[in-house]
Design a protein around this ligand. Sequence first.
Ligand SMILES: [Zn+2]
Length: 328
Amino acid sequence: MLKTTAKFAIFTALSTLLLQTSLPAQARPTQPTQTKNAEAVYKKAKAELPEEWYVVYRITERIARANGQDTSPWRVVVVPEYQTNAFATDVNLIAIYSGIMDQLAGDSSALACVIAHEMGHHVKRHIAVGEAEKDRIRKEAEAEVMAEAEDARDDVEGNAVGGAILGTVGGILGGAVGAASNVGQSALEGASRQRVADAEERVQEIVKQKEQEMAETFRRQESEADEVGYTYMTRAGFDPEGCLRVMDVLGRTPGAEFDTSHPSVPKRVEQIKALMTQYPAQTLAQEGKTRLTGNPLSYSLSSDGMSLRINRRGGGSTADDIDRRFGQ
Ligand SMILES: [Zn+2]
């Protein structure tokens, strides 16, 4: 026979269980109880930051912690321009146009998807790799164009023909190809115009092909960033459908269908839906929950007042870090 205290314990456990199951869904707390410290930090942030900074701080610090991306600081700039866009430049710098913040006002999950997507570009090293890739493609184009110019030169015996051909593509790929183009058109006189025209056409084809290669690289990177965006924001506990709502806004933005640097919006929607099946939201959220039990990351205002720094785990003061390590 059970002792009275044991019986009471079972009764309490049972009634708690019954109470929980009978509570309507909205009455149950959806987030783990925050630490007293977290509450104080967020309250202070809300009081002292402009609203849009408070919003990006809360979102970024949460995504960073939930995904183990809190070992170095993030910086966020809200660019006061009306564009439906965001971009990632410099190390861990995220720039968001106030336009997109307006378009997504009231929907923290949608904005979280945008921020997580930009974090994805950093995590995947797209900025560094992207520049190197562009450089490689440009150099290849230059070499192929030079070879075409060489051929044409041999054919028409005009020394400046190569330069003239290069001139036709100057600026299209930018930089290196255009640099060899400053030879005058007058040298074309007496040359076989047909040969030159053929060579020019081939050069245009090379340029077109290289531009397509670049666009493909960009589109691949966008898909990768979309995948990181979805998984990161979901791990942080946001509503994954927020990513679809962003796509809805992008899809209705004028000019979206002419954008070749991103996959088309319907394709991105398709990919996000596939990711939702591949990485179920509940599993991701559970993974993030265990990482979100600690204290929030702190923030600092940049000295020029233009950006917000979301500090690494352990804080944003190097002086304090030295003091902690070695004493004052
Ligand atoms: Zn992107």
